[in-house]
Design a protein around this ligand. Structure first.
Ligand SMILES: *Cc1c(COP(=O)(O)O)cnc(C)c1O
Length: 421
């Protein structure tokens, strides 16, 4: 190809491409107009495919956070793009007062695949947790003399709406007190503390099977089994918040299956829409106590969201999918363990494709920054914990590439520290 053709091709590509927003310009716009509600890196991402993202300056990044376990199938997966395209052309939103095909198919599949009796679709994990709290309070009125207290765990995270925040600990929003009444917190993985906290006002215990935000802290098998047994003995509800652990993240559709327990209410979110805002509330037995009007919302069960959820659920339920997540998870865990040993870091913990690496010092934010310079996206769940939540479809090759980049990020931080000393 001659030079003229190359120039003409480049000119055409430049015409077709959206106007690039340079990083510096983006930082200015962000400072001037964006409410500083979330800490954001300066990169402006324009394209994604699988485990890779490209910024407006053409740089490629390996994504091992995927929006904190949101993009379960990675960036722009074919099944999701096809489902969204078809649904957009057919019907986006008939309104929450009507049925649509995707909604009916999705609640049917969710119930069948999780052995639940009822399902409801909402917009966010926080909203699903609000729904779980409402269901439990309603159930308390019907079955437990109006009991409405819910026991949750220290360091739990159930979302940022006011009710979900009140269930979480510590409240990341210390200027919006007072929170909702009716929540008490006990240390996680401590059955005795839970026994001591339950009284006649208690209606439910609400837990994450693996505490993600707290730094990827799995419940022990004995603990979760014990919690289930306690709930059965006392006749109170078990709510599992599987917003982060559900939809294959832990190598099974639900983490509860890997623990062999059965909750009364389950919340799903994040991975369910794989990047499209979608959450779900599942209920079993007498916890199916909602009546029309008690949970409703304008976007609930929207046809576009439902089509996304259906495409994701059908993909993860394909034969062999969870086995592949487990195999990739083992590969990631082994690699992280080797790296941790080499760099004198701490524990590697998690399940499926949700892993935490405990650092010897509170350097996780510095490592995340250095990793960004190496073209790797990671998350610091806590100042001393790195969180890894890649696409469930991540390849072994991409895991190996991530480990190389992470090693370089460690080296950068190490060098920076030496220069400070
Ligand atoms: C992220 C998360 C939430 C909140 O979900 P949003 O969609 O951000 O509102 C709730 N619970 C758990 C366990 C989560 O990880």
């Amino acid at each position: 190809m001659n030079l003229f053709n190359l120039r003409r091709q480049a000119a055409r590509a430049a015409e077709q491409a959206p106007a690039p927003v340079a990083t510096a310009q983006a930082e200015q716009l962000s400072r001037d107009y964006l409410m500083p509600a979330t800490e954001r890196a300066p990169q402006v991402f324009v394209r994604g495919q699988g485990s890779w993202l490209w910024d407006s300056e053409g740089r490629a990044y390996l994504d091992f956070t995927q929006g904190c376990a949101v993009n379960s199938l990675g960036h722009s997966p074919k099944a999701l793009v096809q489902a969204l395209t078809a649904q957009t052309q057919a019907l986006i939103n008939p309104g929450a007062g009507f049925h649509n095909r995707g909604l009916l198919k999705l609640v049917n599949q969710l119930c069948r695949s999780t052995a639940s009796d009822q399902a409801y679709l909402l917009n966010s994990g926080a909203e699903a947790c609000e729904g779980a709290i409402k269901l439990a309070r309603k159930w308390g009125q019907l079955h437990r003399n109006g009991a409405f207290h819910i026991i949750t765990a220290s360091q739990s995270c159930h979302g940022r709406s006011l009710g979900a925040l009140s269930a979480s600990d510590p409240s990341p929003c210390n200027r919006c007190e007072p929170g909702l009444p009716g929540f008490s917190k006990v240390p996680f993985n401590d059955l005795a503390a839970l026994h001591a906290a339950v009284d006649s006002r208690t209606v439910a215990i609400m837990l994450e099977p693996i505490q993600g935000e707290a730094g990827v802290i799995p419940a022990t098998q004995d603990y979760l089994k014990g919690v289930e047994q306690l709930c059965r003995e006392l006749g109170i509800l078990l709510i599992l918040d599987e917003v982060q652990t559900g939809i294959g993240r832990c190598g099974a559709l639900l983490a509860e299956q890997t623990y062999g327990v059965r909750a009364d209410i389950i919340t799903l979110g994040k991975g369910l829409g794989s990047g499209v805002p979608l959450a779900a509330l599942l209920a079993r037995g007498t916890a199916c106590c909602a009546e029309a009007g008690e949970l409703e919302g304008s976007h609930h069960g929207n046809a576009l969201m439902s089509a996304a959820g259906l495409a994701v659920l059908e993909t993860v339920l394909e034969p062999g999918f969870f086995e592949q997540v487990q195999a990739s998870g083992r590969h990631l865990r082994d690699g992280l363990s080797r790296l941790a040993a080499r760099y004198g870091q701490g524990e590697v913990r998690g399940q499926g494709l949700l892993w935490g690496l405990e650092l010897s010092e509170a350097l996780a934010p510095a490592v995340v920054k250095a990793a960004l310079q190496e073209g790797l996206l990671l998350n610091a769940a806590q100042p001393h914990v790195l969180r890894f939540s890649p696409a469930l479809t991540v390849s072994h090759g991409n895991i190996d590439e991530m480990l190389l980049r992470l090693a370089r990020a460690f080296a950068r931080v190490h060098t920076a520290q030496l220069s400070l000393r």
